[in-house]
Design a protein around this ligand. Structure first.
Ligand code: DX5
Length: 221
């Protein structure tokens, strides 16, 4: 089982003090930062562009993931690469040219991830799984932070882990949406190792450090 990592999603961060909030997550032991890019078409919300990735890049040494929830992501991959993203994640449902998009990301020297929505079966990953560094199984319908975890995604996480093991691949499984101290142990049990969390980390009353500590304690093997 690959190393379990906590990925703090800034969608729920206080954007009036984004740099500080990112540094707080880093000091509290987060392993990566995720920046959710939404275009109002692939998902019913509009969020950030490359400028925000640049701002996060200036605030931290942690690896930055750009999670592209945009149609035709290949149009903007170079911008997010030069903005400082270390990992670029595209949705399987967003482009008919997924293999080309993954190659494009690797040619720019970045890590590539492929994401699937809750209604997309694991089987859609069959012919791309060997080309990516991570598979992101959405555990909510993408577009908003603070949504409820969809428990039906647990069996899909287990299926993806089985596919990775059967092929002898070193591919991470990332989960995103509704990840908290209550749901983190269940997704890890199913086979996930990269845990994206936004609202639980940045919006909980106990603060960022306590939230990350609880997430880690819940998944300690
Ligand atoms: C939702 C985004 C998530 C979100 C995290 O479309 O992809 O990254 O920020 O969600 P919560 O707040 O549920 O942890």
């Amino acid at each position: 089982m690959p190393k379990i990592e906590i990925v703090a999603s800034i969608l729920s961060a206080d954007l009036t003090r984004l740099g500080e909030h990112v540094k707080e997550a880093e000091a509290a032991g987060a392993d990566r930062i995720q920046v959710d890019i939404m275009d109002g078409r692939f998902v019913p919300n509009i969020t950030f562009g490359p400028l925000v990735v640049e701002a996060v890049r200036r605030s931290t040494q942690m690896p930055i993931e750009a999670h592209l929830m945009i149609v035709e992501p290949e149009r903007y991959v170079p911008e997010f690469a030069s903005a400082g993203a270390d990992v670029i994640i595209v949705h399987q449902e967003a482009t008919p040219h997924l293999h080309r998009a993954i190659q494009q990301i690797h040619h720019l020297g970045k890590k590539a991830g492929v994401a699937i929505n809750p209604s997309t079966p694991a089987a859609m990953l069959e012919d791309i799984m060997g080309d990516v560094d991570s598979v992101l199984v959405m555990t909510v319908n993408p577009g908003f932070g603070g949504q409820e975890f969809i428990a039906e995604t647990l069996s899909k996480i287990a299926r993806v882990r089985q596919m990775i093991v059967e092929r002898g691949l070193a591919c991470d499984i990332e989960v995103d949406g509704g990840i908290s101290a209550a749901t983190a142990p269940r997704v890890v049990q199913a086979g996930a190792n990269l845990l994206v969390s936004g609202a639980f980390i940045f919006s909980s009353r106990e603060g960022v450090a306590a939230a990350i500590r609880r997430l880690r304690e819940g998944v300690k093997s």
